[in-house]
Design a protein around this ligand. Sequence first.
Ligand SMILES: CC(C)(COP(=O)(O)OP(=O)(O)OC[C@H]1O[C@@H](n2cnc3c(N)ncnc32)[C@H](O)[C@@H]1OP(=O)(O)O)[C@@H](O)C(=O)NCCC(=O)NCCS
Length: 168
Amino acid sequence: MLEIEICRAGQGDYHSLCQFIELVDKEFYPPLSLRGDGIEQRVRKCLLGQYSYYLLAKNTTDIENDDASKILGVIGCNKYWKKEKDAYINIMCVHPLYRKKGISRILFQKLEYDLINQDIKKLYVCTWSTNTAAMSFYESNGFIPYCVVKDDRNHGVDTIHYRKTFHL
Ligand SMILES: CC(C)(COP(=O)(O)OP(=O)(O)OC[C@H]1O[C@@H](n2cnc3c(N)ncnc32)[C@H](O)[C@@H]1OP(=O)(O)O)[C@@H](O)C(=O)NCCC(=O)NCCS
């Protein structure tokens, strides 16, 4: 049986997180390696950013596993995005061999729990209109689409912006 632990990403995860993101890079539209300053800079910011909060799902089933193959998924956000009590999810992905097993759901539930405890009231995310897995994920986890930017990623590929308000 698959055993996983959810933990906050730390500086010691730098190399394994870079390798993990390289593995899934081309599934993003556009690839993460072509956005901003590339993967290494993204990972550096995610681990060191003052307002960044990243969680990893690690495989604890096989203790012989090397570090990189231990990461099964990541979710992360920047807090205080538009306003003091907002956060913006800037990555969510799961290892291709471990999808549809509920790993994103677990990561998201923990992120949500932690953010609520840090007094965050609104969570934002966006995806692209051909990403049916992500759209279905966000919509089944309480996100509401509030803006569609037509042809933003390419001809026929829109950006969909979502938000979720925590009502306590
Ligand atoms: C989107 C992604 C993170 C989902 O991760 P996952 O661990 O496989 O998702 P889960 O097993 O937790 O599924 C939770 C829900 O997401 C949706 N979902 C996940 N995969 C799906 C798929 N292939 N097709 C449709 N819906 C899907 C479903 O609503 C699912 O609920 P259900 O199991 O009750 O149907 C994963 O497919 C991924 O890493 N994709 C590539 C990177 C990416 O696109 N990230 C999002 C960028 S905005």
